[in-house]
Design a protein around this ligand. Structure first.
Ligand code: MN
Length: 492
């Protein structure tokens, strides 16, 4: 794949941006990784904290088997190696919202190893991004700085919540690739049901490692932008950070390895602290937890009920419905969208259904701020409307209008497409006699334009437009075009 298109121009030549991502995905589990406390989002501060989560002396962690299953399930979904033997380590650091003084994580022996993710790029091409590992770890609590003018508070509800940290190789070369990667990981997690992927609530967040180099050079020094919580911000943060590093180097400076924060208010990254190395954390195996071991039968049982995943669904949409790779990737990005399309396409021209779903349905939902589950137009109504285009009852442009009428009415008062077409008299005119009469009328009324069109055949389009207008858009456009050319003597 040509990476040239991804280069960024600097004052002294082109630069390549290199990115690797660490995604923290909260496991969709009702209780925490090592305690029975609840994990529900938005509960009153410190109302979901067990003695383990508060790190009271003598408390011991107990592994939540459900979370282990979800990590294995995710590993299989990422087409990654599942390690039947893994080890929990203590990652030592001090933070006011970390009462243990360490985070239980996995370091040298994670539960999931190498995998691969195919990302779908806007031009329809596919690129494979390597996954280095997936490890399990606890989340920390939260410091609240906005509750009191001079004091900070700590909320431990999040303390001990199960996270999967998914670490990629530095395989991404543009903000668009990094965004496509996060979207794809989120889609896979949602299909699997192992994480709800809700970035606003923080159940999925990305640390983005960015460095720049001259094409072909060794990797440059990277900066890590912490906890970016929207796909749009990921793009902005990368673009700002790459530009900052390029300007710095071109001015004779040196990039310092740092942890940085993205500030969405001004679209900038700023230094938070100099970046730690792994040895700063003094990792060692947690003496409270035995190594985690399971057998192949445990993995096989989970593998047996994996759902059809986005890539498989995409391949099936391309082969069964003859969709373009890009349209297929758009439709499978959410399982609900794919299901809506398949229900609408039943017995209909699937390509036309895909166009209407990606065009009219998504645009309508977007504008109305609705989820697909709340679509006022049902899949079968979309299918019927496409059927009316296929059998020449309505033209494409009339179908768009009918769709909007259906969308505004909603499913309860909403009438099916053929009823609206009947009531409003929107049936396409395919009666050649009627079309011919309309063409004759326009030609007779515009002798000067006829002369012009015979000199400049492109003018024929003007006549087609006039006839379409005269018939209220209901004439069959192909038939009109053919007749106009014939009557003007331009059809040879
Ligand atoms: Mn982590």
């Amino acid at each position: 794949m040509a990476s040239n298109q991804n280069l960024i121009a600097g004052a002294t030549g082109d630069w390549e941006v290199v990115m690797g991502l660490e995604i923290h995905a909260q496991i969709a589990s009702e209780s925490k990784l090592f305690s029975g406390a609840a994990t529900e989002f938005g509960a009153a501060p410190n109302s979901q904290v067990s003695l383990v989560d508060a790190a009271m002396p003598g408390m011991l962690p107990v592994i939540n088997a459900y979370c282990i299953e979800q990590a294995v399930r995710t590993g299989l979904g990422l087409k990654a190696q599942v390690n039947k033997y893994s080890v929990f380590d203590r990652k030592n650091y001090f933070y006011p919202d970390l009462p243990q003084g360490y985070q239980i994580s996995q370091f040298l022996q994670p539960i999931v190893g190498e995998g691969a993710i195919e990302i779908d790029l806007p031009d329809g091409s596919v690129k494979t991004i390597g996954v280095e590992r997936l490890h399990l770890e606890q989340d920390a609590g939260k410091s609240l700085h906005d509750q009191h003018p001079s004091q900070s508070f700590v909320d431990l509800n999040r303390s001990g919540v199960a996270l999967m940290e998914i670490v990629s190789h530095p395989d991404m070369r543009s903000a668009a690739e990094a965004q496509a990667y996060v979207k794809k990981v989120r889609a896979i997690l949602r299909y699997l049901g192992t994480c709800d992927g809700n970035m606003e609530q923080g159940s999925l967040r990305a640390d983005v490692n960015v460095s720049v180099r001259r094409p072909g050079d060794e990797l440059g020094t990277r900066c890590e932008i912490k906890n970016v919580n929207s796909i749009r911000f990921i793009g902005q943060a990368i673009e700002h950070e790459a530009r900052r590093q390029i300007d710095l180097i071109e001015d004779g400076g040196v990039v310092q390895q740092q942890t940085r924060l993205f500030d969405p208010k001004n679209g900038e990254t700023r230094a938070m602290r100099s970046k730690e190395e792994a040895h700063d954390y003094r990792y060692f195996p947690d003496p409270d937890l035995l190594p985690l071991e399971f057998d192949q039968a445990f993995v096989d049982a989970i593998a047996k009920d994996l759902p059809e995943l986005p890539d498989d669904k995409k391949a099936r949409f391309i082969s069964d419905y003859k969709l373009s790779p890009y349209d297929a990737s758009v439709l499978v990005s959410e399982a609900e969208n794919a299901a809506f399309f398949e229900a609408a396409a039943e017995g209909q021209d699937a390509k036309a259904v895909a166009n209407m779903v990606i065009g009219s349905v998504f645009a309508g939902l977007n504008k109305a701020g609705l989820a697909i589950a709340d679509s006022p137009v049902t899949p079968s109504q979309v299918g019927q409307l496409v059927g009316l285009i296929s059998d020449d009852t309505v033209s494409n442009s009339i179908a768009k209008e009918v769709f909007e009428m259906m969308f505004d009415e909603g499913p309860d008062q909403g009438k099916d497409a053929h009823v609206i077409v009947e009531e409003k008299g929107l049936k396409q005119v395919t009666d050649m006699g009627a079309i011919e009469a309309a063409v004759d009328e326009v030609i007779a009324a515009n002798p000067d334009k006829v002369t012009q069109a015979q000199e400049r055949p492109k003018m024929a389009g003007w006549f087609v437009g006039q006839v379409m207008q005269a018939t209220g858009g209901k004439a069959n456009p192909q038939a009109v075009n053919k007749l106009v050319l014939a009557k003007l003597g331009l059809d040879s």
